[in-house]
Design a protein around this ligand. Sequence first.
Ligand SMILES: C[S@@+](CC[C@H](N)C(=O)[O-])C[C@H]1O[C@@H](n2cnc3c(N)ncnc32)[C@H](O)[C@@H]1O
Length: 211
Amino acid sequence: MAFTFFFRDKYTLELLAQHIIPDLKRRRYINIWDAGCAMGPEPYSLAIMLRENMTHFLFRNVKIYATDIDENGQFGKIIAHGIYPEVRIKRIPPALLSKYFSPALPPEDAVYPMTQTANYFQVSEELKRAIRFQQHDLLSLKPVREEFALIVCKNVLLHFKPEERARVVRMFHSALAQGGYFVTEQTQKLPDETQRLFQPVTSAGQLFQKV
Ligand SMILES: C[S@@+](CC[C@H](N)C(=O)[O-])C[C@H]1O[C@@H](n2cnc3c(N)ncnc32)[C@H](O)[C@@H]1O
């Protein structure tokens, strides 16, 4: 269930940079919820896209609340270290890899599922400072906070029953600030009963704005 890697669904990240980040930059505080973040490649990929499209000064206003049910209690440590095996980072464009990562030793206190490699890389301190991990069950239907500018939930909703999916998307809607955005994976449609809560940002992907 925790299958994940950096720059997964790169096309959606590009749509986000094109259609949503310019609007996020107008906000004083850029609070983002990455729901079902697994061990961190997704929130760190988001952080890279944001940093690539804003100044160091503006990026200091970005706070990514990365949450996951994290059944084995491992993701918090991995995200705090920001150290990843080579297999998870191979989709990162080389220019971004050299800009945001440096070679590292694997931390002794973190377990990386599905990993057989000697090579590890660590994300920059600037990216690490933007991300805060919290263990959280989406089916509790309690948002981790309110007034999010953006909520990203990819490759998670498909694991829920249709009625659970609709409840979770409604909860996301209530946790968004006015005009905030919700982004999910290309193959995930908005549940019918939540369609009226959002307007599509582009016909090219599953990016929505709260109405
Ligand atoms: C396939 S991974 C997707 C990770 C990442 N979003 C991505 O697209 O690469 C699904 C994640 O959803 C998490 N998850 C499953 N049920 C959850 C729940 N009820 N609340 C929060 N997270 C959950 C799993 O622990 C897992 O890390």
